[in-house]
Design a protein around this ligand. Structure first.
Ligand SMILES: [Zn+2]
Length: 420
């Protein structure tokens, strides 16, 4: 529920999902630096390629926070814009099995978001608000109920005033819509944000990038360095324009390949079929999205649904014994531990360790799409830690209240409420 209330002085608050957010007095920008593992920041700082973030260690706040599990893009973006865990907002993956219909499908339907967003509530309170994403599917979800500017780099050429609150995005940014498999898809989002700020078109901005680069390139790789330097440069320019900038990631990223370069995969549905018979279970990989070239739909968190097999304890025990499996939880335990919606949970969940991904069957994962690079992916506990950076100092009281338990979905709170 959103509502506007007055507090002392002229300050106004907007209440969203039980948390109160100060209406921004100066421009506020939150960036979801998709797939930015803290290792990129550490390496970039050591190599001197992140001058803006390096400076923010002194003049702002540069720490780390925990992302939502499963450490995938959609659950975390939904948490960041709602300020609450998936148990409240209802988005616990990119892809799921609908128990009622038995259908497997993408979670792209904004209707699956079970609560309002900070963006929509701020816009309703009269704050000019913009949501810009790399991928259009994510925009549809994040822009739910938002009476403001919303568009994606992917479909920048198709933005219209009626549908997106803005037209001629390519002209505004000064270049054509980038390829969906490019670093520029993310830089276009940041450049669009810079233009919106310069034009005074928005006071509150959410800029959500793509993890295309991080899936293919490790910290220190030339392409990763060039990309991170370009993002750092744009963070600096947003600050120069007077914005308070907050940066978090939706998840980290780890190398999930063997020494020889082959992906380190546990094909769980096959393993359980071998032991319990064909058709024993169905394994759903909630990382699945249309951008398969990133990761071949392989991540470190899967949901398992019993089919012909019925001995849950035996299936869980057999899964836990597989090399590379870090954690196995039944559905209710997973929902409790990770604050996930119980009604969307599997019979059990299996998490791969930092070096391992879990798949269904070999036939379902197109590894040729990886185009020669080592598999880098996410989804498990090994990718839960993310950067948490704010361009202004956080109040001592605010940090004390958080006491080292920052979540990535505290970023709007930190930017709007936590700075002096
Ligand atoms: Zn992501």
């Amino acid at each position: 529920m959103a509502g506007r209330t007055e507090r002392e002085g002229d300050m106004a608050d907007v209440e969203v999902n039980g948390r109160r957010y100060r209406v921004p007095e100066r421009p506020a920008v939150v960036i979801c630096f998709d797939g930015c593992d803290p290792a990129y920041i550490r390496r970039g700082l050591a190599d001197g390629i992140l001058p803006t973030i390096a400076g923010l260690r002194e003049t702002g706040f540069a720490g780390e926070a925990l992302a939502v599990l499963p450490s995938f893009t959609n659950p975390n973006n939904a948490s960041i814009v709602t300020g609450v865990p998936p148990a409240v907002h209802g988005i616990s993956g990119n892809y799921h099995l609908d128990r009622a219909s038995g259908e497997e499908r993408m979670i792209t339907d904004a209707a699956m978001l079970r609560c309002g967003t900070i963006l929509a509530a701020m816009a309703a309170a009269g704050v000019r608000t913009a949501a810009v994403t790399a991928k259009d599917k994510l925009r549809l979800m994040l822009a739910r109920g938002l009476d403001g500017i919303n568009f994606s780099a992917e479909k920048a050429d198709r933005a219209t005033l009626a549908d997106n609150g803005i037209a001629d995005v390519e002209a505004m940014v000064g270049r054509r819509r980038p390829d969906q498999y490019s670093a520029d898809l993310s830089l276009f989002v940041l450049d669009a944000g810079l233009e919106l700020l310069k034009r005074g078109a928005a006071t509150l901005l959410y800029l959500s990038l793509s993890d295309f680069v991080q899936h293919a390139y490790a910290p220190g790789a030339h392409v990763a360095d060039a990309f991170n330097r370009a993002v750092d440069d744009r963070i600096g320019r947003l600050i120069v324009l007077g914005a308070t900038v907050g940066v978090v990631a939706d998840h980290g990223m780890n190398d999930k390949s063997r020494a020889g370069g082959k992906p380190n995969v546990v094909y769980l549905e096959e393993e359980l079929a071998r032991r319990f018979g064909d058709g024993a279970v169905r394994v759903i990989c909630p990382i699945t999205d249309p951008f398969v070239r990133h990761h071949g739909a392989l991540g470190s968190f899967v949901r398992v649904y019993l089919r012909k097999a019925s001995d849950l304890a035996a299936l869980m025990a057999a899964s836990a014994e597989l090399p590379g499996v870090e954690l196995v939880l039944d559905g209710p335990a997973a929902a409790t531990r990770f604050e996930l919606p119980l009604d969307l949970e599997g019979d059990f969940v299996v998490l791969g360790d930092a070096g391992t991904v879990i798949g269904a069957t070999a036939a379902e994962h197109d590894l040729s799409a990886l185009a020669g690079h080592r598999l880098r992916s996410h989804g498990g506990l090994g990718e839960q830690r993310v950067p948490f950076i704010v361009s202004r100092k956080l109040d001592a009281d605010y940090l004390t209240a958080k006491a080292g338990r920052l979540r990535n979905f505290d970023i709007f709170d930190a930017v709007l409420n936590g700075t002096a």
